[in-house]
Design a protein around this ligand. Structure first.
Ligand code: NAD
Length: 358
């Protein structure tokens, strides 16, 4: 276990158990170099504890990079509750989990993730202040997916500026695969921008709703061929792993800019995309609007939507910088994003060695 967590530099892994409620959770803190670790709690029926551990470690490390590249004073952490949220969730279990989060004294701040809801965050809030994504009535920022969609739009504008010398998306053809919470908000924003949008989803009703709402501004394509449709930008907004060695040669787009996490099936796919002349905006840069928004809840003056969205807008500059660094240093855009994150962590570690004697 120590060998595993040492290799990627994890600071702390905490196992939490409460037998009466059936709580079994693992909290992984990858890094607090830039600030308290922040990341969601995933509630999922992992087949084995080893699967749960691997998932929480991988996700926690990803959060360190996401927060660092987004310019936040936050570290990376994540938590998993092992179980089926449909049958195992109870007030007792969630609040017991909240007490374990509290016991870490702010080293880990939790949020919503797959399998947990805003209502769960509200329950956790009753046990600890180290939780974000609570209801607006409790001073929270609510559902992060709208902010995430805004961030995706800013990333698309940065890519458009780089590729076509103009950030405007007017008349750009954009294919969105997955029109759930983020995808649906994104469609609205892109229609406002004057883009032509084409959507795909495994749930036909989700597609029909958007086509009905926006008329000739939004078309439909089937899920299996969405990635092959000729377009300016392909936006994966559903599951991870969509960019693999089979699909990349079939892509019909000039650029990939979407909200889905872990879009690359494996790291070598970044190079494959570049070899096919496709600009890939790294997923964790593009989809950082959600975490930027919730981290605003930590502001001493509380959450303000206007300030939060101004911060989300910085995804434009961050994406532009990633594309520029990739060009200057001759690396893939994925590698460029990692380098920017690692350099910022190292820089801030040095800055914090300056002693202030207060
Ligand atoms: P969601 O569950 O609301 O929407 C996902 C949509 O994808 C659903 O409509 C679903 O029917 C559809 N879908 C599932 N499989 C599909 C497939 N094979 N092809 C096409 N569509 C498919 O999720 P969401 O909150 O909109 O998040 C979308 C993605 O963005 C996820 O990968 C998520 O991890 C990531 N993300 C979301 C946020 C956020 O703020 N919600 C933040 C960062 C990253």
């Amino acid at each position: 276990m120590f060998d595993r967590i040492e290799a990627d530099g994890y600071e702390q892994v905490v196992y939490c158990q409460d037998q009466p409620t059936g709580l079994k959770a693992i909290i992984a803190i990858h890094s607090t170099s830039l600030g308290p670790s922040l990341g969601g709690t995933r509630f999922y029926p992992y087949p084995t504890e080893a699967d749960a551990l691997e998932d929480v470690l991988r996700l926690a490390k990803g959060m360190t990079y996401k927060a660092a590249v987004a310019g936040l004073d936050q570290g990376g952490g994540k938590a998993v509750i092992i179980g089926d949220p449909a049958t195992d969730r109870s007030e007792g279990l969630i609040r017991a989990y909240g007490r374990y989060v509290d016991s870490l004294g702010g080293r880990y701040i939790t949020a919503e993730d797959v399998g947990t809801t805003q209502a769960d965050m509200d329950l956790i809030r009753r046990e600890t202040r180290y939780v974000t994504g609570v209801s607006p009535a409790l001073g929270g920022s609510g559902d992060p997916s709208v902010a995430t969609a805004h961030g995706v739009r800013w990333a698309m504008k940065a890519v458009a500026a780089r590729l076509w010398g103009d950030p405007e998306l007017v008349d750009r053809r954009i294919v969105i695969s997955g029109v759930g919470k983020v995808g649906t908000s994104l469609v609205g924003l892109l229609v406002e921008d004057g883009a032509t949008v084409v959507v795909a989803d495994v749930v036909p009703a989700a597609v029909a709703r958007l086509v009905d709402r926006y008329g000739d501004r939004v078309g439909a394509v089937d899920v299996a061929s969405a990635h092959t449709a000729p377009c300016d930008i392909f936006a994966p907004c559903a599951l991870g792993g969509v960019l693999d060695s089979a699909r990349i040669p079939q892509l019909g787009c000039a650029a990939v800019v979407g909200s889905a996490n872990n879009q690359l099936a494996d790291p070598s796919c970044a190079k494959l995309l570049a070899d096919h002349g496709i600009v890939y905006a790294p997923d964790y840069v593009v989809n950082s609007g959600g975490i930027i928004n919730i981290s605003e809840e930590r502001s001493p003056t509380g959450y303000h939507q206007e300030r939060a969205y101004a911060e989300v807008r910085r995804i434009f500059e961050t994406t532009a910088r990633v594309l520029a660094v990739a060009g200057e240093e001759g690396v893939t855009t994925a590698e460029a994003a990692d380098r920017i994150a690692e350099r910022r962590i190292a820089d801030m570690a040095r800055v914090r060695q300056i002693r202030t004697f207060r």
